[in-house]
Design a binder for this molecule. Structure first.
Ligand code: TYD
Ligand code: MG
Length: 455
């Protein structure tokens, strides 16, 4: 019999090597490499294995063969928005997020909502005992929900439990890191175990048509722990984010084979569980202090939804030879670019100033439309002049100092008007796409125009 082959797998990034090392060459993590024994069977000779013939079908079904909509809507609007209209039958989603962010709470609430609509849901908890899950549900006012609970960690036992009764429409596994299968020899929680367990659950989903949701832990740098490979295997990856200082949580699709990846769902963690935030802009602008210099409101977009947030900047003479640059919620290299453009084209010198930039409310912004709001906040802080409190900003700044138009101008303007803003500073070229005069518009073609207007 052939000797079982050992491989060395990084538990942080999933990289496989044939030698042990103290530090993973692929992700740089220390002490993350563990020896794993490949399970028998994988290397067996192909001659002895004969496949069963499968079935091929038309891509476009003939009329009369149309199946009912393959989605299961949860009725939790913010969750359905992120998945693209509900969980797809037979698909597998991975939900990642920091410990304590509210993954289990979200899923137990979604499960309860589904059972209210007559769907059958099995919630398998490998982390909490059944009584703990029950207690949480009772605290959330969901004690009446007909969600089936199980506390299991063995994949074989889970599959036996699931196939013993009528097939459920949704299965939640909380979490994938607690599962282990006899098909793999390594210890529970290792990459090999997680991968093999995920594979078994994916096979179950495809065979029975149940929607399977896997909860995954994240490492300290925000990746779903262990196996990046699991992210490739599943149909969708959702991230649940937020920071401990704020009550709101954002659900984001990182990968979605059946829907958009740029939509976000906004929730608020309250004493009674997660509640949906229907108007996130109003919440993000809620605690605004309108009279201080250095604050500009960005009329941003998240997917198809406009989102207004406040960009805060603080510029102060630096006592250090190399001034500090600190950014929360935005890209620091993008900040360096805006500082360089202000310096080179507008004569705004910040090279001897410390610069701090913060997106209020703990929101993370990645779109280039924030450039103009960031520049306005920086110039306002340097000049010590507060910006008009009823004004929003959006536009991309190019290296030449030109202000370029961005997408979704009309939605941004509409949302700003809805929230009571009266003015908008926008790129000149965006003018064409604004039909109704909902706001008083100021057009800019270069960043120099902006600086001239503020200072
Ligand atoms: P949980 O869903 O257990 O997080 P995860 O599964 O992502 O680890 O959420 C735990 C946190 O949520 C905990 O810190 C307390 C808080 N929480 C509330 O504030 N209100 C509630 O009603 C519930 C159930 C939890
Ligand atoms: Mg949990």
């Amino acid at each position: 019999m052939a000797r079982k082959k050992s491989t060395f797998v990084c538990q942080s990034c999933g990289a496989v090597t044939n030698r042990w090392a103290g530090r993973c060459e692929s992700c740089g993590e220390w002490n993350s490499i563990i020896e794993e024994v490949e399970s028998a069977g994988i290397g067996s000779s192909p001659k002895t294995i004969r496949g069963k013939s499968g079935r091929v079908v038309e891509l476009v079904p003939l009329s009369g063969e149309d199946k009912p909509a393959p989605r299961i809507e949860t009725g939790v609007g913010e969750l359905d928005r992120v998945t693209g209209g509900g969980f797809v039958k037979g698909s597998v989603l991975l939900l990642g997020g920091d410990p304590g962010i509210g993954k289990s709470t979200l899923l137990i609430q979604a499960s309860a909502a589904l059972t209210h609509h007559g769907h059958s849901v099995v919630y398998i908890s490998g982390e909490e005992a059944i009584d703990q899950v029950r207690m949480r549900a009772a605290r959330l006012g969901l004690a009446e929900a007909t969600v089936q609970l199980a506390a299991e960690t063995s994949v074989e036992d889970i599959l036996a439990t699931l196939t013993s009764g009528p097939p459920p429409q949704m299965v939640v596994i909380d979490s994938i890191q607690t599962l282990w299968t006899e098909a793999a020899d390594s210890a529970p929680g290792t990459v090999t175990q997680v991968r093999a367990s995920a594979q078994a659950m994916i096979r179950y989903a495809k065979q029975t048509g149940a929607a399977v949701i896997l909860v995954g832990h994240v490492t300290k740098d925000g990746q779903i722990a262990g196996p990046r490979v699991v992210e490739h295997m599943v149909d969708g990856v959702l991230h649940f984010e937020g920071d401990s200082g704020h009550q709101f949580r954002i659900l984001r699709a990182i990968k979605n084979r059946f829907g958009p990846t740029d939509e976000i769902g906004v929730f608020e963690m309250t004493g009674g569980g997660l509640t949906q935030v229907a108007n996130p802009s109003a919440m993000f602008l809620g605690e605004r202090n309108t009279s201080t210099p250095g604050a500009a409101v960005l009329a941003g977009m998240e997917g198809s939804r406009p989102l207004l947030v406040e960009i805060q900047a603080l510029v102060a003479q630096s006592p250090l030879g190399t001034p500090r640059r600190a950014v929360v919620g935005w890209d620091s290299s993008r900040l360096s670019m805006i500082l360089a453009v202000l310096d080179a084209h507008c004569g705004v010198r910040l090279s001897s100033h410390d610069v701090y930039l913060n997106v209020a409310g703990g929101m993370k912004i990645s779109e280039p439309a924030a450039d103009l709001a960031v520049a306005a906040a920086l110039v306002s802080s340097l000049a010590g002049i507060a910006l008009p409190s009823d004004c929003v900003y959006f536009g991309e700044v190019s290296l030449s100092g030109a202000v370029r138009p961005v997408s979704h101008t009309a939605s941004r303007i509409k949302e700003s008007a809805k929230l009571g803003f009266a003015k908008a500073v926008v790129p000149e070229a965006s003018q064409k796409s604004i039909k109704s005069a909902e706001l008083e518009l100021s057009n800019l073609s270069t960043l120099t125009d902006l600086v001239a207007r503020i200072a």
